[in-house]
Design a protein around this ligand. Structure first.
Ligand code: G16
Length: 559
């Protein structure tokens, strides 16, 4: 072994199981002795010793310290090249783009996404593979297995000091650490995907103003370079555009609750025709029209799918297929039917889209959790969604509200609502899920006993809803045939309405229950969403016994 490299004895931690998108915990957990080093050692072993990695993240508190530790462990493990953005700040979509364009073996992304930051907040680490996308379950499971058995990790004898504040190359033992501009590569990609001249003309129109809110997350510098410097949006088009380690105390989650500053400003100023918020690491987006007209993520995805011909990137390639995660409203399915392409239904987690894109089966996808993206990269992409909407508006001359309402007239409307019950007691939620699983998804109660689904055929809300099917969603990846089971308990009704209950895989403490309901109407297009879904929400409460189990009868966040 290299005389610069030592083995440091360590105790394994038993809680390093990556969730929906990486390992997310309170900062204090990551600050424990050897916690970061152990996890990085586990990643490198599980990922079969990559040689060239991109490392960066949303700039949240503890990032620089973690990058120092990562450089040390990577250099000691014979990683030969690390590309790190200035100050370690790199949006998740830009990381995906960089991994792909540099042909790196993968990337280590430091983010807890939309979770709050700061010393009392969350931190996170995730591994992306050479396609630029989050590691599939086969790798994340392996990372967890390795982490539980670690007795040592590799370290340089003398821990390195890295200068991250300017571009340049530094040598750390056998490893070259290259500090790069975080925006340039992503900007180049956006130039290829969108017609920047068309977008510039949009910003020159007298009657067009937009407001973007990066919520003090990583998108600020990207929005400034692309929207302001390149496309000519006035500086005042951005709020909260400086990345801060604690997001200025904000919860950087772009929804109606946490992005209320944007909502209030767009509502108050009718000159603003388009509003958009991004999350901490820049992969999520929330779209608002004039008067803060809210576009649900499912509708946003469907409207974009129906207008792909307005986006330069898609003008030279066929629409191969579409996809959405299971809980996402089926609005996009109706567009797929019209385009005569398949719409794949995957479990929650962007990692499930990777195989479909890599094998050319699908090119546009999204999730109810404010994620939208295309196969230009392998992560969801907040700024891409913003530019995609601007392109559709520029090309059609229509407002957000017109585009959405015309879409409803054409395809019918998918009403959708998600209730989040955050930081519930984990034990109680496990009991609730077990009982619900017994009710909805036990296929074989005993040897020789017929399958029983007790709710099938039951009528609710004076016969308005009849249960057609219940179960726990299982996905067989069409490419590698891997099976992901227990991805969400569901009740499907004969009219297509659905109730889904699952536990979030991105929380850092306690358990977050997500309850999703959706229903469809071809005739009633302008009802208030929660009013339209009132009966379904009541049915969901009564079937799941959620209030009794969790002690909560009001959600923390409603989408
Ligand atoms: C991650 C995943 C998404 C997922 C979301 C919510 O997003 O990449 O695919 O939809 O979490 O997951 P859950 O419902 O399990 O909390 P992000 O933006 O947090 O990285």
């Amino acid at each position: 072994m290299d005389s610069n490299v030592i083995e440091v004895s360590t105790q394994p931690y038993d809680d390093q199981k990556p969730g929906t998108s990486g390992l997310r915990k309170r900062v204090a957990v990551f600050q424990q002795a050897n916690y970061v080093e152990n996890f990085i050692q586990a990643i490198l072993e599980a990922a079969q010793r990559p040689r060239f990695l991109v490392v960066g993240g949303d700039g949240r508190y503890y990032s620089e310290e973690a990058i120092g530790k990562i450089v040390n462990v990577c250099a000691a493990n014979q990683v030969q090249k690390l590309v790190v953005p200035v100050n370690g700040i790199l949006s998740t979509p830009a990381a995906s783009a960089l991994i792909r364009s540099l042909k790196a073996d993968g990337g280590i992304i430091l983010t807890a996404s939309h979770n709050p930051g700061g010393p009392e907040g969350d931190f996170g680490i995730k591994y992306n593979t050479s396609n630029g996308g989050p590691a599939p379950e086969s790798i994340t499971n392996k990372i967890y297995q390795v982490s539980k058995q670690l007795t040592s990790y590799k370290s340089l004898l003398k821990r390195p000091k890295i200068e991250l504040d300017r571009e340049g190359t530094q040598q750390v033992a056998q490893c070259q650490v290259v500090v790069v501009d975080p925006v340039e590569n992503y900007l180049e990609l956006m130039r290829e995907v969108f017609d920047f001249d068309q977008l510039r003309r949009l910003f020159q129109r007298d009657n067009f103003q937009m407001l973007a809110d990066p919520m003090n997350g990583v998108v600020g510098p990207y929005a400034k370079r692309i929207l302001v410097d390149e496309l000519g949006a006035p500086e005042g088009s951005l709020i909260n555009a400086t990345p801060l380690g604690d997001f200025g105390g904000k919860h950087p989650d772009p929804n109606l609750t946490y992005a209320s500053e944007l909502v209030d400003q767009v509502k108050a100023n009718t000159a603003i025709k388009f509003g958009v918020a991004f999350d901490g690491d820049g992969d999520r987006n929330m779209i608002l029209g004039e008067g803060a007209f809210f576009v649900t993520p499912g509708d946003s995805l469907a409207v974009l799918a129906a207008n792909l011909d307005k986006i330069k990137y898609f003008q030279s390639r066929p629409v191969t297929g579409l996809a959405r995660s299971f809980p996402t409203s089926p609005a996009i399915d109706r567009v797929a039917a019209e385009l005569q392409v398949k719409c794949y239904e995957t479990p929650t987690g962007w990692k499930f889209f990777g195989n479909l894109m890599d094998s050319g089966l699908m090119c546009l996808c999204g999730e109810e959790s404010f994620g939208t993206g295309s196969d230009h990269i392998r992560e969801k992409d907040g700024l891409w969604a913003c530019l995609a909407w601007l392109s559709v508006m520029a090309s059609t001359g229509k407002t957000v509200k017109q585009l959405v309402e015309e879409h409803w007239h054409r395809f019918g409307r998918d009403y959708f609502c998600r209730y989040d019950f955050e930081e519930c007691e984990a034990d109680k939620c496990q009991v609730m899920m077990r009982e619900l699983e017994r009710l909805l998804a036990v296929e074989s109660p005993g040897v020789g006993v017929a399958k029983v689904f007790p709710l099938v055929g039951k009528l609710y809300a004076q016969g308005k809803y009849e249960v057609q099917e219940t179960g726990n969603f299982e996905y067989v990846d069409p490419v590698d045939k891997s099976v992901s089971s227990k991805q969400g308990l569901f009740v499907r009704f004969t009219n297509g309405a659905r109730i889904i209950v699952r536990l979030s895989g991105t929380g850092s403490s306690g358990a977050t229950v997500r309850l999703y309901v959706s229903d469809y109407s071809q005739k009633e297009l302008f009802a208030e969403s929660r009013e339209y879904l009132k009966d379904l929400l009541e049915i969901a409460y009564s079937i799941s016994k959620l209030p009794q189990h969790t002690g909560r009868d009001q959600p923390t966040v409603i989408t």
